[in-house]
Design a protein around this ligand. Structure first.
Ligand SMILES: [Zn+2]
Length: 489
């Protein structure tokens, strides 16, 4: 049992407290000065130190289900315990286990073969991390075949758009661009998974995706189809025989036009994936119990994904994505634990596993909510707080009460810090989504106003982190979480 703040301050004995008429419910809420003191414990230096630990080679890029990820879990659990936060009764070691499939790349080569009729054109090996990168959890395959361009890779004849119409991709490698026509509703077709499935269903033997000018990797879905991201410059090389560029094609496609054609360019694509197996991984859950017996069953969830994309072909430190959010969350949890008085509702801190493999950890938590905590009133998910000079609140326009809590905390704790709010729909590329889909007010917070350097690439290192964003963002999240946990029902 924990003594109420007043009792602690005056050294009142437990026995004496029992005799006191207890104050009205909610009267034990943290005072503004105490919140300010707690917020001041969240510092750029301390947050940065956590990022350094999580992004270190020992953590192997924190791919969910690997030994490196387990090390990150051990580190966070130890720190949470040290901070004095308790676990859920049902998860006494703070770990919420679940299983997911895991593959991984064993080896991968991509060779551009001489174009027909061009005698001087010699085979050229594409360079991993410059020209291309196989996807995490993509499949195996060794094919020598032609590359076929298939627009945005959207198969939606019912919506009047089919990039695969009159296109033979059987046994070929399909090249598609991320994007969608400016008009129309492409919600069911825009994910990497949907685009990959469309290619697989059309009979493709391989799948290339051009994301943006910067090469990053992504997560595949298939066990028997090699999948890779390719850089825009490399895609331009594949398209050169048709005298077209990605930029030109993107313009045509954005206007709703179709541009699907064989490129005439042959390649050899050979990817060997690690054997697919089921692995056990863990979310981490810690609780600050609410002070009001009638409301402590309700909770505010503050979360961040702890996992990243692993270490193939070399370390992906994931300093920004999402050591920064995980570090900010630990700072918020430590600061909240330092408060003697508690808000009425509980605050639950969750480090999610397997976000990079398709929001698996958040999905597992949302579908297995803690027993005895019957209602989640708000979710604040911290994702990539390592860049910029402000926070973008994805969902802030959907949930004005969360936005107001954030802005109120900003005005009190970090005046002038930039907060931007946006609207979200069903599509979720962050861990708020499984909660949002269940009707829970849920937002994701991203650093804004700066470059997220080296997204999903080995360049996402501590050297590009802006620790002040974690400090300011963390302080605001602490203030907002406490306000939401205290708000009148
Ligand atoms: Zn990521």
């Amino acid at each position: 049992m924990r003594l109420p703040a007043v009792a602690q301050r005056f050294g009142v004995s437990l026995f004496a407290v029992g005799l006191l008429a207890l104050p009205a419910l909610g009267a034990s809420a943290p005072k503004e000065a105490a919140i300010e003191r707690a917020a001041a414990r969240i510092t750029a230096a301390s947050a940065f130190e956590i990022v350094e630990t999580l992004a270190s080679p020992a953590m192997e890029g924190r791919l969910s289900g690997t030994a490196g990820y387990a090390k990150a879990v051990d580190f966070i659990v130890a720190e949470v315990k040290k901070a004095g936060l308790g676990p859920l009764a049902e998860l006494p070691d703070y770990r919420q286990p679940f299983t997911h499939g895991l593959g991984g790349v064993e080896s991968a080569t991509l060779t551009v073969l001489p174009a027909e009729g061009e005698k001087d054109d010699v085979p050229a090996d594409a360079v991993v991390l410059k020209d291309w990168c196989p996807m995490v959890n993509g499949g195996s395959g060794d094919v020598t075949t032609e590359v076929v361009f298939a627009g945005f890779g959207i198969h939606a004849p019912e919506a009047g758009h089919d990039d695969y119409a009159n296109l033979d991709v059987k046994g070929k490698v399909v090249l598609v661009l991320r994007g969608e026509p400016e008009t129309g509703d492409w919600q069911d077709h825009r994910s990497t998974v949907a685009r990959t499935l469309a290619a697989a269903n059309a009979g493709a033997a391989g799948f290339f995706l051009v994301d943006s000018a910067v090469l990053s990797t992504s997560v595949g879905i298939s066990r028997d189809l090699p999948e890779a991201m390719v850089s825009e410059a490399f895609a331009d090389r594949l398209l050169a025989g048709k005298k077209l560029t990605v930029a030109e094609l993107r313009k045509i496609l954005s206007k709703g036009g179709l541009a699907s054609f064989p490129t005439g360019r042959r390649i050899r694509l050979a990817v060997r994936a690690k054997p697919w197996r089921d692995v056990t991984t863990h979310n981490i859950v810690a609780v600050l119990p609410g002070s009001d017996p009638a409301l402590k069953g309700e909770y505010v969830l503050v979360g961040a994904h702890l996992d990243h994309i692993g270490d193939w072909p070399r370390l992906n430190p994931g300093a920004d994505d999402n050591a920064s959010g995980s570090a900010s969350l630990l700072e918020v949890a430590r600061a909240a634990a330092s408060l003697k008085a508690r808000p009425r509702r509980s605050i639950v801190f969750v480090w999610f596993a397997a976000e990079e493999l398709g929001l698996r950890g958040a999905e597992h938590f949302a579908s297995h909510p803690p027993k005895g905590l019957e209602k989640c009133v708000a979710v604040l998910n911290l994702d990539m707080l390592g860049a910029g000079n402000g926070l973008y609140i994805a969902g802030g326009e959907n949930f004005p009460q969360i936005r107001a809590a954030m802005e109120g905390a900003r005005d009190r704790l970090v005046p002038g810090f930039v907060l931007k709010a946006g609207r979200i729909r069903g599509e979720g590329r962050a861990d708020h989504a499984p909660f949002f889909e269940r009707g829970i007010p849920a937002v994701s917070l991203f650093g804004t106003g700066g470059e997220h350097h080296g997204y999903h690439a080995p360049e996402d290192t501590v050297y590009f982190i802006t620790p002040k964003t974690m400090e300011s963002g963390g302080r605001i999240v602490l203030g907002a979480a406490l306000a939401l946990a205290e708000e009148k029902p």
